[in-house]
Design a protein around this ligand. Structure first.
Ligand SMILES: Nc1ncnc2c1ncn2[C@@H]1O[C@H](COP(=O)(O)OP(=O)(O)OP(=O)(O)O)[C@@H](O)[C@H]1O
Ligand SMILES: [Mg+2]
Length: 430
């Protein structure tokens, strides 16, 4: 039997809940209305599961126009909710004098705003449209509660399409899988390229199947995620969550379920390597706000660098406080006059995590062998650069759990040093 949606009002005072009940009249019995006085208690309640919508009562008269344009403090509660419970929609309540603040709230991720003076009939519409559609179930929300031992999330995104992001992500995943449990997740709504690369059996489930399951059950369970993880044949320790393979699967990846998948994956892996499309979508925002590191893959040409700059500017405006950002400079071809490293460095002002040399033939051979470059030819220049990149990322974002010596199995034996010509002085990591 379907349960009544549960709506959580965050408000110190009980008067608003009384007026909400009055306005809803007979409809009030179709929702479970709960009030909690502060955000920490509300988060504990949300992590317990079953909350469909949060109503956040903003302080009266808290308009940025009246506070010198500083909408920071009144929206701190919203930001905390978005960060720590990204899958649950939050609608803000304010008075009409605070409408500017409410708009700022929507820009910062609120699902809707309601004016206290005009709650009737908007309230019922908002409750109907959001309650019951929370993309994260109690199961997933339970797992979002940070334990401090979760796997680290490393996102790879290209400055634009086709720069080599998937190649870098899958090889770094394979490098780390030499001694860590790694999930490589193709968090795309579009057709993924990893299924073409690894060629799993057609019966293998992908992210589209996983989300289809979630729609049906209104929940993504850990065992369902695990049933969609493909154990890479030639890389023990690496499991792949494939992007959708058919257009029918493409519709349902959204910020809520993307965050839920990451939260679950980080429970069972030391590293979750995320292959993201080059986009400033809400889904990518939520993924990056939940990630530990963004490796931005950039080619040595002006358009790629400008694209990277635009992405970095936007990411800076997001609530991605714990995110370490660096660039991976990828040379797909040996250009006669590539953009100088110093120019790229000055334009982006982020650390260079790695420099990948051109290796078209080896890339094609690896595709034909359905194998990561670092497994196929670990001694090649390109593999050494990718293995170095994996090591540098591991040093930058150490895993939360200690290394299990019984599974330790380095992928490349002996010391692998980066050729001096490929190294550059990094800008400070930010
Ligand atoms: N170091 C390299 N040298 C030469 N070619 C490379 C190198 N790295 C990747 N490539 C090639 O570049 C092409 C694009 O790579 P890849 O699919 O990894 O890019 P992408 O950024 O993920 O693309 P998309 O935006 O379509 O997802 C592939 O043919 C790949 O083999
Ligand atoms: Mg790709």
């Amino acid at each position: 039997m379907e349960q009544d949606p549960t709506v959580l009002l965050i408000d110190e005072d009980s008067a608003t809940l009384d007026s909400i009940r009055r306005i809803l009249g007979n409809h009030a019995s179709r929702f479970k209305l709960r009030r909690i006085a502060d955000v920490p208690t509300a988060l504990a309640r949300i992590w317990g599961g079953g909350i469909d919508l949060v109503l956040l009562n903003l302080p009266t008269g808290a308009d940025p126009a009246q506070t010198g344009g500083r909408a920071e403090t009144p929206l701190a509660a919203l930001r905390e909710l978005r960060e720590k419970a990204p899958g649950v929609p939050v609608a803000v309540l304010c008075d009409s004098a605070g409408e500017g603040l409410a708009r700022a709230a929507v820009q910062q991720g609120a699902a809707a705003y309601l004016l206290r003076e005009a709650l009737d009939p908007e309230l019922l519409k908002v409750l109907r449209s959001f309650a019951g559609k929370s993309s994260l179930s109690a199961t997933v929300l339970g797992t979002l509660k940070p334990t401090g031992k979760d796997g680290k999330i490393i996102a790879f995104m290209g400055a634009k399409g086709g720069v080599g992001t998937t190649t870098v992500a899958l090889n770094v995943a394979a490098a780390l899988a030499g001694h860590r449990r790694v999930i490589l997740a193709e968090l795309h709504s579009e057709l993924g390229s990893l299924p073409f690369y690894f060629q799993p059996h057609r019966s293998m489930q992908d992210i589209g199947n996983l989300l289809g399951t979630a729609d049906r059950l209104e929940a993504i369970q850990l065992r369902e995620l695990e049933s969609c993880l493909w154990p890479a044949k030639n890389v023990p320790g690496l499991q792949v969550l494939f992007g959708p393979r058919g257009p029918q699967d493409s519709s349902s990846l959204d910020p809520g379920n993307a965050a839920g998948i990451l939260a679950l994956a980080s429970k069972v892996a030391d590293y979750v390597i995320v292959d993201l499309p080059p986009s400033l979508s809400e889904t990518n925002r939520v993924v990056l706000e939940n990630s530990d590191c963004l490796a931005l893959v950039v080619e040595r040409d002006p358009i790629s660098v400008l694209g990277a700059k635009a992405i970095l500017k936007r990411v800076d405006s997001w609530k991605a406080g714990k995110l370490t950002i660096g660039a991976v400079i990828l040379n797909r071809a040996a250009l006669v006059s590539p953009m100088p490293f110093a120019e790229i460095d000055a334009a982006l002002n982020v650390a260079t995590l790695g420099v990948i040399p051109p290796a078209s033939d080896l890339c094609a051979a690896a595709q034909r062998a359905h194998s990561p470059l670092v497994s196929l030819d670990p001694e090649s220049l390109v593999s050494r650069a990718l293995l170095d990149l994996g090591r540098d990322i591991e040093a930058l974002v150490p895993p939360a759990r200690p290394l299990d010596r019984t599974v330790a199995r380095p992928l490349a034996h002996g010391p692998v040093s980066r050729p001096a010509s490929q190294k550059m002085t990094p800008a400070p990591v930010r």
